[in-house]
Design a protein around this ligand. Sequence first.
Ligand SMILES: [Zn+2]
Length: 267
Amino acid sequence: MIPDWFHWLAPFLVGACVGSFLNVCIYRWPLGRSVIRPGSHCHACGAPIPWQHNIPILSWFLLRGRAACCGVRIDARYPLVEALTAILFAILWNLWPPALATAYAIGTAGLLIATFVDLDHYIIPDEVSLGGILAGLLLSTLVPALHDADSWWGGLKESLFGAAIGGGGLWAIAFLGSIIFRKEAMGMGDIKILAAMGAFLGWSAVPFIIGVASMLGAVIGGLLLLRKNKLWGVRLPFGPFLAGAALLWILGGHRWMADYLALFTSG
Ligand SMILES: [Zn+2]
């Protein structure tokens, strides 16, 4: 018998290692560099990082947030991304059957990259958005359960429809917004990432994600304005809010939505 805690520890450790790779993608993709070569090296002095200084989450604490080679400060965001990925993978693994959990974990990895690259650069790399559409279509074919479908064709059809509603819906909102407010409210990156979310999660996730992301954006944007936070200035990227809303959907939002809609249809 496999002990109970192992079902949490194993996906946590896998998630921590994946999170370490996500840090590489977050740093290198916007710079147009390869995420495979060269191996991990110090951003300050270029020295290669030996494996014992590159253990996800742990090394940052053991080295007290400084590089062993030259002592340059290492941002706390690195262990944070690793811990976040680890915790999310552990929850997903225990929430869904293996094939579904794996598909959601791949989607979640994309959401984390999109979030942190958007915070840093105000862009969402095509590797994540266009790659996410392709991954969503492929995984929906392999795991039709993503859309409650029972055949590969059923899964693919739902995925294509979801991508069209996701991309098309947000494009229409952005188009209307640009006419009404006479300024760009959303970038192409947001539109492409919502198409990817539709491909993974189906069309019914799209109104949930747009609604929840807009609410989160309004609340947090308002709080930042009140505090006159200079961190993000007046420009707030929308990608992290879309990603947060998609994550809520994956973690149970589609069940809450079904329960909520049932209130109206049953009454
Ligand atoms: Zn160094």
